[in-house]
Design a protein around this ligand. Structure first.
Ligand SMILES: Cc1cc2nc3c(=O)[nH]c(=O)nc-3n(C[C@H](O)[C@H](O)[C@H](O)COP(=O)(O)OP(=O)(O)OC[C@H]3O[C@@H](n4cnc5c(N)ncnc54)[C@H](O)[C@@H]3O)c2cc1C
Length: 376
């Protein structure tokens, strides 16, 4: 049996940020992940600057070994419609490659790493928890992403509980998304009309999602995500055809699109039923409702979780309630706002949305500043 103060299941941005903060305070932390790192993660790889500050990332140092593409403008519009360029005077986002970024954060955390090991079981042992009959800790954190096994374990306990007859909590909306990322050849780089500092965000006419073309150094990332979509591959194929027709891509995309999912945050985080078992990141569905940004809230929940563990080191009984209070306070903004598709009555939705999205004021002040960049 291996012992640790805190065991984190999942070494993505949520888990590694939590581990990093705890390690800085001298806590003995172990991270268990089913993957060997560096590992591929289906993602566009767009991050906002607060992440750099919150995690004390030395941008120059990171850039010297990894892709970190500064973004100073965006091209937005509807697929097939007119497009608007919005410029900023400074860097408002970065483009990273998740295989590099996640590996950097996890190794930098200083936690003991158990990689290539899947979660199998969680059992209570007095005031401690035992994972896989192999790892023992007083706190276990579920940071396993959208399909987090700890979250599913808690759900299954909840279902078999006497409270199963209680009214069901509403499901959070799920986005299904596909992307492909590859290094362009020298020829492809010179042909590619997508600018490295200007990601293109192109919305589906029914406002249920958007596609993107994102150049990060020599890498190109193309993808599309939609809420609760059964025909995602068809939408992705049509989007790629559109990009070719517009001359944005002039070459065949290598490799297959890969898919994943995430839940959008529409309400305040819910309490966890088990004392000393905490969920962070995609495991509780924290992605921003309008933009789908999930990395920053995952990191912030990891840091809040670490703060809660440090604050309750003398009395673990309060851990879950302290974490819940911090999460509800931090994420209270933006949980009740509706996306464009809900704000506008159905009959006028497409007409109004097309008008709004062709407005430079709306695109800068609402779509980008508020929904994507949270500059207010
Ligand atoms: C196509 C797509 C594009 C996206 N683009 C962006 C973007 O540009 N910007 C942005 O901010 N967000 C984006 N997101 C959302 C973002 O990827 C997630 O919100 C973010 O990765 C959540 O981080 P996390 O640490 O909670 O989970 P994850 O990053 O998913 O990490 C979970 C970890 O848990 C491990 N794990 C899972 N199951 C087990 C198990 N059984 N045992 C052990 N380990 C396990 C996994 O191997 C993984 O390393 C995108 C999502 C998709 C699907």
């Amino acid at each position: 049996m291996q012992n640790a103060d805190v065991l984190i299941v999942g070494g993505g941005p949520a888990g590694s940020s939590c581990a990093w903060k705890l390690r800085q305070a001298g806590v003995d932390v172990m991270v268990l992940d089913k993957a060997q790192f560096p590992r591929h993660k289906v993602c566009a790889g767009w991050i906002t600057p607060p992440i750099v500050d919150e995690l004390h990332i030395d941008v120059e140092d990171f850039k010297s070994h990894h892709v970190m593409q500064p973004i100073t403008r965006f091209l937005t519009g509807f697929i097939g419609g007119p497009e608007i360029e919005t410029d900023y005077a400074q860097t408002v986002s970065y483009g990273i490659r998740r295989c590099e970024f996640d590996d950097y954060l996890l190794k930098r955390s200083g936690a003991r790493l158990e990689l290539g090991h899947s979660f199998r079981s969680l059992k209570q042992d007095g005031s401690h928890w035992v994972v896989n009959d192999e790892y023992r800790a007083s706190v276990v954190i579920g940071a396993g992403g959208h399909f987090c096994p700890i979250a599913r374990h808690l759900e299954s306990l909840h279902k078999t509980d006497a409270t199963a007859s209680a009214p069901k909590e509403p499901e959070l909306p799920v986005v299904l998304a596909q992307e492909v990322e590859f290094e362009m050849s020298a020829e492809q780089q010179s042909e590619c009309s997508v600018h490295a500092d200007r990601p293109e965000l192109l919305f589906c006419p029914d406002l249920k999602g958007y596609g993107w073309v994102f150049r990060k150094g020599n890498y190109l990332n193309v993808g599309l995500g939609r809420e609760a979509e059964e025909h995602l591959s068809t939408h992705v194929s049509k989007f790629v055809e559109f990009l070719k027709t517009r001359g944005k891509i002039t070459f065949a995309l290598p490799g297959k699109f890969q898919g994943h999912a995430y839940r959008l945050r529409t309400e305040l985080p819910r309490p966890s039923a088990e004392p000393g078992v905490i969920l962070i990141g995609d495991a509780i569905g924290l992605a921003h409702r309008q933009s789908g940004e999930g990395i920053r809230p995952a990191i912030e929940s990891g840091l809040l979780c670490a703060d809660s563990i440090l604050e309750t080191s003398a009395n673990r009984e309060n851990l879950n309630s302290v974490y819940l209070a911090k999460m509800r306070h931090h994420f209270r903004e933006g949980t009740t706002t509706s996306p464009l598709s809900k704000l506008i009555p159905h009959a006028f939705r497409q007409f109004a949305a097309h008008r709004l999205m062709s407005s430079r004021w709306f695109t800068r002040r609402v779509l980008l500043d508020q929904w994507f960049l949270h500059r207010n």
